[in-house]
Design a protein. Structure first.
Length: 290
């Protein structure tokens, strides 16, 4: 079993960093396509999601490059196999790269041996196609076993599967330690779309309900403003999750573009990858009882 050491109240980011923003790009394209009642992939949903690797991921790469911001790309192993050129471009751009399961499996429905096999399979894909031994992971719908399995059966340095805090915590178990760097529900899946049952689409023209772009932008700005204000007194961070097939669409990508312009105006805002967040957190040594 694992044990968690939370951060102390004295936890601080490095000098000059008031609010780190961790952009997480979920590069998964058509993985996890919604099934039809007969169990077959819904072709409308499949096509909607496939846009992520064909166009969306490239648009997100361009926006991040234009703003000079670094982030973390969480990539499914199967997506890397189908679209290796995207991941090679991400690697060349210097972003942090991490695993996002093999085919976006719902690990909460998997027995432990299957979850371990999928973790190892995904790690191997990155080594084979990118020559990179990944150090980070985000499980799609984590199971009760996920943290134990990552500690016992991998050498991953950080996990980003939990939703439970504003700061990292130190997870210990099975003779080693790993950082948990949580993410948040104010992602594009929460603010941008409602992925509905394809058997009952909202209209004949769309698989999903969608919010207007200004709603997304207001949500991101509100989260930023609250965290930036709090960051004057104590350490916080802002996870910012975008999907290649959601925010990669032109009208939603404009939201990301405008939000980056907004956030960059503020002193002490730093866009960074999870690898750097993990390094800063470990260097602080501020975990455990007060």
């Amino acid at each position: 079993m694992w044990n968690e050491k939370g951060y102390k109240k004295s936890f601080r980011w490095p000098d000059g960093v008031r609010l780190p923003i961790a952009i997480s790009v979920h590069h998964q394209s058509e993985e996890a396509t919604c099934p039809m009642p007969d169990g077959q992939p819904d072709p409308f949903d499949y096509s909607e999601r496939q846009y992520g690797a064909r166009r969306g991921a490239w648009r997100l790469l361009d926006i991040m490059s234009e703003h000079g911001v670094r982030g973390t790309w969480l990539i499914c192993g199967a997506t890397l196999e189908k679209y290796p050129e995207v991941s090679r471009a991400v690697q060349k751009a210097g972003h942090c790269i991490a695993g996002h399961t093999y085919a976006h499996e719902m690990m909460c429905n998997m027995p432990p041996d299957t979850e371990v096999a999928l973790i190892k399979k995904t790690v191997a894909v990155f080594e084979d196609l990118l020559g990179e031994h990944i150090r980070g992971w985000r499980t799609c719908f984590a199971s009760h076993n996920t943290l134990d399995l990552l500690l016992e059966h991998s050498d991953l340095e950080w996990d980003g599967s939990m939703w439970n805090d504003d700061l990292p915590s130190l997870i210990e178990g099975h003779g080693r330690e790993m950082l948990e760097i949580p993410f948040a529900t104010y992602s594009d899946t929460a603010l941008g779309v409602d992925i509905t049952n394809p058997a009952f689409p909202p209209s004949r023209f769309s698989t999903w309900n969608a919010n207007p772009p200004d709603f997304m932008l207001r949500g991101l700005k509100s989260a930023f403003d609250a965290l930036y204000e709090r960051g004057a007194e104590r350490a916080v961070m802002m996870p910012l999750v975008v999907h290649d097939f959601i925010t990669g669409r032109p009208f939603r990508s404009k939201v990301l573009d405008e939000f980056l312009s907004y956030a960059k105006q503020f002193d002490g805002v730093v866009f960074t990858g999870h690898d750097e967040l993990a390094r800063w957190a470990k260097q602080s040594g501020e975990f455990g009882k007060e």
